[in-house]
Design a protein around this ligand. Sequence first.
Ligand code: AMP
Length: 581
Amino acid sequence: MTTAEAAGTFADLELRPELLSALTALGYEEPTPIQREAVPPLLEGRDLLGQAATGTGKTAAFALPLLQGLQRRGRGSAPVSLVLAPTRELAMQVSEATHRYGKDLFGAGDGARVLPVYGGQPIGRQLRELERGVDVVVGTPGRVVDHINRGTLRLDALRTVVLDEADEMLDMGFAEDIDAILDAAPADRQTVLFSATMPSRVERVARRHLRDPVRIEIRREQPAAGQAPKVRQSAYVVARPHKPTALGRVLDVEAPEAALVFCRTREEVDQLTETLNGRGYRAEALHGGMSQEQRDKVMGRLRNQTADLLVATDVAARGLDVEHLTHVVNYNVPSAPEAYVHRIGRVGRAGREGVAITLAEPREHRMLKTIERVTGSRITMEKVPTVADLRARRLELTRAALRESLLEDSLDGFRAVVEALTDEFDVMDVAAAGVKLAHEASSGAGPDDDSDIPEVAARPERPDRPGADRAAHERPGHDRARTGPPSRSDGGPGRKGRVLDGPTTRLYVGLGRAAGVRPQDLVGAITGESSLSGRQIGGIEITERFSLVEVPEPAAQEVIDALRGTLIKGRKASVRRDAKS
Ligand code: AMP
């Protein structure tokens, strides 16, 4: 068993019940290694020097202990915790995470007061909040010094100061500000320093401001010699709003036989499963919140190949062994190298080559480097398939399908059509028109397939200095940017082979290609308006004027009523049982 797998729950960390229920509500199933190691000494009040990059779960590692000791305090109270972060983006992220963990700390809706302070935001709002009283301030060093100089941020009540991404702060020239802030903070405070790297300038800050710190580093376990699986490893750097689309495209090109997709939380598992189903994959969710019976069912579907993708948390996937698994996908960079090694060890068994795909947000790039270093393996950075790549791939699939048809099928019944047309047209043009129709019948083009996913630099943030241009692409709220599932073929490989258990009924929906209807529109309308989930919908056929959808017989009337009561592509559709079914 690797460290990443070692037993240990959030409850074992003896966190207060309000925090435990917040973590459960967020779908966190178990602590990450850094949380397991950092929380106990922090709860004891020790200073801590931790080497950990973004993606390891370091925010919760320091935020939970800050919140654990918090008492309800009155109006106008000065903060008890101060977190310093290099950029406004990080300050906002940390502040939001801390707020979420502590949102019901004193009862439902009565939580910790957390305030982000950074340059670029009008200072007036920050002043009002500070006057009203806050528990935790998360700020960039420059703005925090401003507030201290104005007398608007009092440090006398501080019990803990956290330096997050200390190496970044020093690189950005915040060394003096950090010294000034720490010198002004009460001498008996607790000091916590997290940094992705430990160059000597970070060590200097630690020597000057930390007292007998506990040192924590992500353990560097090497997989035992000879055990390293034969796995092609690639990674894609994608901004968060584009991840679902990017994953869909990568999977379209990779065409896995069976893939295991790892997510961080239960919510993420559920959301991604829905998205992938909408794209035409047969995806199943597996997480710790499911009963053993449900899990066995899901596993059965993957084994007998009625599902192609299993979307799971680490906890749920533990001990899972699927023979024909070809791909492992890390929807996020794993929280520790050991977890990465453990995950990708599930493919590339018995001498077969497996594929490991990792999606990394720009800030998580460094963690990828750590994984490469620790595992001694290379992860190739790839570009998300472009619209042109996808088109080329689809044409290739059409070509392969035609070739198969030429080799296998009896084409006699169609020759007469070709002959009739060659009186009027060149035989090459007749063939091309046939290819075009075959291609269009199997490849829809949705809105997402018309636009490329923007390439992003590995770490595009900029310093939070007055006048500095501020990167906005990671801002919360941008998550709500377009993430809809792109189109997949009408009867694409995912849907065509769908087999539903039990009796089914075919429904006629009076809208088709001419109205712009794609399979995901129907799946979206059905799952949105009825109790069916994506995987309970069978084959979908879309013709120019109408569509046919296969649903379980017991749910047919419910789906008919639901679809009659809603708009599909902005239009009302006539819906009924298909006469021929
Ligand atoms: P961080 O390294 O703090 O930036 O965290 C990276 C991501 O992991 C964030 O999206 C967190 O919400 C998530 N996260 C942190 N701890 C856990 C956990 N124990 N289980 C699942 N997700 C987590």
